[in-house]
Design a protein around this ligand. Sequence first.
Ligand SMILES: Cc1ncc(COP(=O)(O)O)c(C=O)c1O
Length: 390
Amino acid sequence: MLKLSSRSEIPVFRVLDILRIVNERAAAGEDIIHMEAGQPSTGAPQAVLDAAAEIMRQGNMGYTAATGMPELKNRIAAHYSDRYGVKVDPKQIVITVGGSGGLMLSFLACFDEGDRVAMAAPAYPAYRNILLALGCVPVEIESTLAENYQPTIAKLEALKEKPQGLIIGNPSNPTGTMMDKKQLAELTMWCQKNGVRLIADELYHGVTYGEPADTVLSTSTEAVSVNSFSKYYAMTGWRIGWLVLPLDVVDRVKRLCESLFVAPPTLAQHVALHAFDHTDVLDTYVARYKKNLEILKAELPKAGITKLSKVEGAFYMYADISDLTDDSEAFCRALLDQAGVAITPGTDFDLTRGHQTVRMSFAGATEDITEACRRINAWMTKWNKKAQTA
Ligand SMILES: Cc1ncc(COP(=O)(O)O)c(C=O)c1O
């Protein structure tokens, strides 16, 4: 047998596997409520889609500059000034193939093989998987419900070896938890003082339910901010995102972009320019997620699912179900098969404790979330941990 690289032997991204299976079953006619997918059920606002059609009619879709169109970089820089009061030089911005492209580019530019990169567990699984593919060493810091599932300075200081990097998700996928301005500033300063490169996944900015999320760029000139049009802007399939980089990292990323991608997708860049003009529509999506969140907070405890993450952003609720099962995969499979509700086991997000947790996405329609709660409630009366684990 011809050689396959060991670096590509990374864990399966189970959420995407589940998504594929659930989509196949739904297409075959099964009545399934989707709470597994991390994407808005409504696409980009109609005006953005209309602009896309117009651009298609006019456009010569040639390559753009490797790091993206200057107009889009200028528009993103203006967004930082409007939303956060932070001055960002358009030269710091690189347009990427989704936030995923931004994660890979920033890890490649900032870390070498063997470098240790810390993150909270649970975390978005691609952080670990991309690092593994690059030969870096993910250092997972167990975070708890009481710690709001975010990394703490005390736990970072307690690590045997200082890491070269730290990745944070703020707000977090899978927990929806957030660091407040002060916590974020303290963590950013700790990284700066300790020579730890901070990569902040800020993909869910805009999707917050109380205080807006602050950016690491408010306090750091050394941190990297990863962002995307996928979540708040509801453009998952357009595969377009951006990085804000310290100036000394930009040239490295530019060289990587040239050879890895030539350029980000031209159509998606043009369309993304329009996305900033329709925040009135996008904010109605966020209002819907907020309503969905309130329903889950009220209904899940009635069904016996009580240990819930304190969701302040993104569209995920993470639940510790250790009192209900030690096999979250079997729990999710049974819920799907017997009640037609698709949720995700925590095993993707937390290698050690994920067998006792689940993630629920509430980016769907409010009627679906209401019906899902009704089904979960009815089904839970049948679920009995002892019977399942005997
Ligand atoms: C925390 C987080 N980061 C990055 C991504 C990648 O998103 P995209 O590549 O669509 O921008 C996702 C997608 O779900 C995510 O939840």
